[in-house]
Write a protein that binds this ligand. Structure first.
Ligand code: HMG
Length: 397
């Protein structure tokens, strides 16, 4: 696994000051410390490419070993051409490689992952790996209640018959779906629309249904020592764990203790990145493994994926003894430390420019130069605009 985030981030204490609310509302009330913000030359394609490049490098794999590439996103750049095709070109994947994009709000990456497991189980892999990339830019209107729950980033994962991080339990997933309007992104808008409090309820209802179904299907009584949840913001994962403890018949006090031990380590990286939609659950998994892979070796963990609309799935896996050495390659601290803190007026300018960024044929808005100092040493791909035939152009240093 590896992840990529944009060069810039907003500190939630700065945002709280600008919006006239106490910082504790965001940092404790929502459990978010920082949120990543994409510049005009960073988009879901560049983030996905960078995460995938780092993932292949960390695993010591070559693009020629990939037989399936699925990109989960709800920030598509085109109604037709999938981000997976851009990735195919930018990474140099083989022509004998199935590539496509999956969409179901934040569940899209999990749909890709479960598809990859079926691909392996069907014998289609023939020794090759699947590359699953979750990439999104989470956006709500400036000044709205959702604003402090934004974020941007991508997580890439290699799925193979010989895993090094987590061995998943194929075929045993608790599924829950229903038709709800809790969160939606109309095709003509960049900013999401959301019925915030209702979305929290839908998430918890889906967790209840998916967990019950997973318990019914699970063939093992072995306890889950940790659980990673979809993390739109840390407090949501806390509410989710409380709900699960309640379903397991635990007291409120025991649930709080259980949260600190079983969930908190998975929230450390997400609290510095914000909601990255499809990648949020997998960023939580990366955070958990980064902090605790050694002590978790051989232990069983749970995973809960939620996508608005809605679809949810609860499943489990076992942390492998090779996980600690492998996850140490994912450069978590340096990736976060190398970012630039954006002042609120700079973030707001980025947001104003972003509305028109896609339409600029050759020149990027001046705000794209915000990260210029950082970008000199950075070889990440860049979105450089749209040509005269309205094709998206990417450049790699
Ligand atoms: P809000 O208006 O900030 O809500 O919106 P609030 O006033 O209820 O405050 C939130 C919490 O802060 C509360 O705690 C307050 O008590 C606390 P809670 O009751 O929840 O435990 N609080 C304070 N704490 C400390 N010091 C203070 C203070 N003041 C208040 N001074 C909401 C919150 C999440 C609704 C909003 O941010 C939102 O709409 N976010 C976007 C939607 C969202 O993330 N929904 C989550 C579930 S749906 C999902 O996960 C899917 C999604 O990822 C999309 C997809 O699938 O594609 C979103």
């Amino acid at each position: 696994m590896a992840f990529a985030v944009p060069r810039g981030y907003v500190d939630l204490a700065d945002l709280a000051a600008a919006r006239g609310v106490p910082a504790s509302k965001y940092t404790q009330g929502l459990g978010v410390l920082q949120m990543s913000v994409a510049d005009a030359d960073e988009d879901p394609v560049t983030l996905a490419t960078e995460a995938a490049r780092r993932c292949l490098q960390a695993a010591g794999r070559s693009p020629s070993e990939i037989g399936l590439c699925i990109v989960g996103t709800e920030t598509a750049v085109d109604h037709s051409k999938p981000i997976a095709s851009y990735l195919h070109g930018l990474l140099g994947l083989p022509s004998a490689c199935r590539v496509f994009e999956t969409k179901h709000a934040c569940f899209g990456g999990t749909a890709g992952l479960l598809n990859a497991i079926d691909w392996l189980a069907a014998g289609s892999a023939r020794g090759r790996c699947a590359l699953i990339v979750c990439t999104d830019i989470a956006r709500y209107s400036v000044g709205s209640a959702g604003e402090p729950t934004q974020g941007a980033g991508a997580v890439a994962m290699l799925i193979s018959e010989n895993p090094r991080l987590v061995e998943l339990e194929p075929g045993i997933t608790g599924c829950f779906s229903q038709d709800v309007h809790d969160f939606w992104r109309p095709l003509y808008r960049k900013d999401a629309l959301v019925d915030g409090q209702f979305s929290v309820q839908c998430y918890l209802d889906a967790l209840t249904g998916a967990y019950a179904e997973w318990q019914r299907l699970s063939e093992s009584d072995e306890p889950l020592v940790r659980t990673c949840y979809h993390v739109p913001y840390g407090k949501m994962a806390r509410k989710a764990h409380q709900r699960r403890c309640q379903l397991d018949g635990m007291s409120e006090e025991a649930a709080e203790k259980s949260f600190a031990e079983q969930v908190e380590p998975s929230l450390r990286v997400p609290s510095q990145v914000g909601n990255i939609y499809t990648g949020s659950l997998y960023l939580a998994l990366l955070s958990l493994l980064y902090h605790q892979a050694t002590e978790l070796a051989g232990k069983r963990i749970g995973l809960f994926s939620y996508g608005s609309g809605c679809a949810a799935e609860f499943f489990a896996g076992r942390v492998l003894p090779t996980a600690a050495a492998q996850i140490a390659q994912s450069a978590v601290d340096s990736t976060l430390a190398n970012r630039q803190r954006l002042a609120i007026p700079v973030y707001e300018e980025l947001r104003r420019n972003d509305a028109s960024a896609d339409q600029r044929p050759s020149e990027l808005p001046s705000s794209a130069k915000i990260g210029a100092a950082l970008s000199q040493a950075d070889r990440s791909p860049r979105f450089s605009g749209i040509d005269t035939q309205e094709r998206r152009i990417y450049t790699v240093a």
